[in-house]
Write a protein that binds this ligand. Sequence first.
Ligand SMILES: Cc1cc2nc3c(=O)[nH]c(=O)nc-3n(C[C@H](O)[C@H](O)[C@H](O)COP(=O)(O)OP(=O)(O)OC[C@H]3O[C@@H](n4cnc5c(N)ncnc54)[C@H](O)[C@@H]3O)c2cc1C
Length: 408
Amino acid sequence: MDIKADVLICGCGITGITIAYNLVKRGYGNIVVLEKEDSLGKHASGRNSGVLHAGVYYTPDTLKARFCLDGNKLLKKYCKEKRLPLLETGKVIVARNEYELVTLKELYYRALKNGAKVELIDHEHLSEVEPNARTFEKALYSYDTAVIDPLRILKSLYDDIIASGEVKVFFGTRFKGVKGSSTALTSRGAIRFDKFINTAGSFSDVIAHSFGLARNFKLIPFKGVYRKLKNELAGRINSSIYPVPDIKNPFLGVHFTKNVNNEVYLGPTAIPAFGRENYGLVSGLSAEAFEIAYRDMRLFFSNEKFKTIALVEPRKYLFKYFFEDVKRLVKDISPGDIENSSKVGIRPQLVDWLTKELVMDFLVIKDANSIHVLNAISPAFTSSMAFSEFVINTYIEGNAGDRVSRAV
Ligand SMILES: Cc1cc2nc3c(=O)[nH]c(=O)nc-3n(C[C@H](O)[C@H](O)[C@H](O)COP(=O)(O)OP(=O)(O)OC[C@H]3O[C@@H](n4cnc5c(N)ncnc54)[C@H](O)[C@@H]3O)c2cc1C
């Protein structure tokens, strides 16, 4: 089979699909998207909290800060145009004590710098917004946070790109390597390309390495386990209640989110996992498990932030510890109100092995005709519509340097 693509995209998650969508909007054609699974949303893009974040957490010099709020507005607009579910209910971040209140205020100033619409609210205002939430003195209210249905968005974007006639998506097709600088080897044969875009999520580092790039970066996976409020109690939560996170690490903490089906999920955790797709206890484990365990161990002894995560998070497999996180957010909850759920996601977190630091921002690396989106972690779903425009502007149409952003 002789296939030639003007643009070959590897990975049909939200990053790859929005790049294809925006390329088509700009008049590009002959685009092929490779997807190793046989349907959409099998990984992070279909396994997340479904929250459209609103520019609260990120330091203003980051790509996350640049694209989160614009991405939020663009996806809201898209949902309205396509009549997809969208709950524009906002969210609150609550503090436990004086120490967290300091961080809450830091988040408030970050959000203002990012152009986000936020307010520090008192108990009275909080009880109007989220009567069941508890906080110490103040809570941060983010007006523009919203909730969407990630799978419905993926499917709609897929329908759009297929309807354009300019994009073919090859499901069940795995990228296996590169020959020379313009032929991809895949499970359905060789595909020649002018431009290759790597949006392979938890395998994006492996694919960049096959192009001889990003050698010092390797991912470690974190498992996000969710539990669920019993359906009959869903009325106790109006929208989303988040804790004050440890802003030195990339995770936001176990939170309550009411989804578009009126179900309230609690989670996700950030437990070090031993496989890039290790969703169950042993499912998704491969020979790489030993290598990942070794990487975790190296990081444990060299990075205090990771050490804290590795010591604290795995305990949350046990309900007792998970519940400790949950009960600090609300006034009225008891262990019997919560049930197990099958919802679980993996957050592939990039590590720079030269500095042994978790990379906090999105990262894009390129060579002459390949572009690699690394570390598309949260809020990459929210940011996708704006971030994909940036990738096209800078790396397909522009002339940027090799690296756009480093850890902050
Ligand atoms: C638990 C959890 C909660 C989150 N909550 C939020 C949230 O509320 N809001 C938010 O904005 N973000 C959230 N995120 C982050 C967000 O989901 C991700 O940042 C985003 O979905 C990443 O999209 P992606 O397209 O880059 O990767 P993915 O969705 O992982 O897509 C990559 C695709 O590449 C394919 N692929 C991989 N290797 C190959 C190969 N060799 N050949 C062919 N195909 C390949 C995979 O099968 C996959 O479909 C959350 C993530 C998790 C895990």
